[in-house]
Ligand binder design. Structure first.
Ligand code: 9MG
Length: 275
């Protein structure tokens, strides 16, 4: 069981996290849910379709995205977190690296901090430790604007595992116990197609970190590159294939745009695992 503040959840069966980008410019759904009323309606639909988590983010990690001030991020994220927590039976995850946004989102009811920078921004580690909710530590090489320019690794799987083990160690020193830590290899964040494929092929090795594993590959360019699809909306079947592979390799939470379809695919994996 993991304690997500408002809810205790077993991760024995795979869980779906629905993506809610409250941004004007995210790669797949930028601008679609920028208005709080549209965002809430989309969250309702994702929860009705089976999402356990709703991941609310105000900062686009798309290369070339405009930088965001703390006030802008707070203004985008907090009203949406508040509205979802007031109405829906879901754990709200806040996708942020900004300590002030972590604090305000948790005060508004968020039960998970999803940080693509693994609590490396000044003040983020201390803030997360003080809030008492679980954190997802994601691996990213570089920063969003330039991370895809020429990503390099010695051994991508070993390097990402080593980074996450190191960040877990820092969390424990700061007072965040392992029982409140999730990890994510960060598909698409400073990785070539081959790096992403190698990470998925060896995903089972991440169980050595002894934390729940979250992954996000939905509609990402690794799928577009393999299938030759430029339109992210045309990557559903590839996204389902990699979600199934990830859960078969030990992932407990899958961050996706297509909640119902992914939930059906993962229910089949779960039924086989339990048979
Ligand atoms: C915010 N965000 C975008 N992609 C992501 C991924 O793959 N994992 C996590 N944890 N967050 C992500």
């Amino acid at each position: 069981m993991v304690d997500f503040g408002c809810r205790q959840l077993s991760l024995d069966s795979p869980r779906v996290m629905g993506v809610l980008n409250v941004t004007p410019d995210s790669f797949s759904d930028g601008g679609c849910f920028f208005e709080p009323s549209q965002a809430l309606q989309h969250a309702r639909e994702m929860v009705a379709a089976g999402a356990t988590f709703i991941d609310v983010g105000g900062e686009s990690t798309r290369p070339g995205a405009d930088p965001l001030s703390v006030d802008q991020e707070l203004e985008r994220v907090v009203p949406v977190v508040e509205a979802i927590c007031a109405e829906l039976d879901a754990v709200v995850s806040v996708d942020t690296s900004t300590p002030e946004v972590m604090g305000a989102a948790v005060a508004a009811g968020a039960g998970l901090i999803n940080d693509v920078r693994a609590l490396q921004r000044p003040g983020a580690m201390e803030m997360a430790a003080s809030l008492g909710v679980p954190v997802c530590l994601m691996h990213m090489q570089g920063e969003p604007g330039t991370m895809q320019a020429d990503p390099r690794y010695g051994d991508v799987v070993e390097d990402v595992l080593g980074f996450l083990a190191d960040r877990i160690g820092h969390c424990e020193v700061a007072g965040i116990p392992r029982s409140r830590i999730l990890v994510d290899p960060g598909f698409g964040f400073g990785k070539s197609l081959q790096h992403n494929l190698q990470l998925l092929k060896h995903l089972h090795r991440f169980s050595s970190l002894r934390t729940p594993l979250l992954v996000g590959m939905s509609r990402k360019s690794m799928i577009g590159a393999v299938l030759g699809r430029t339109d992210p909306g045309d990557r559903l079947h590839g996204s389902l294939a990699v979600a199934v592979m990830a859960v078969m390799a030990g992932a407990q939470i899958v961050r996706v745009h297509d909640v119902k379809e992914t939930g059906d695919a993962l229910a089949m994996v779960d039924a086989v695992n339990r048979s």
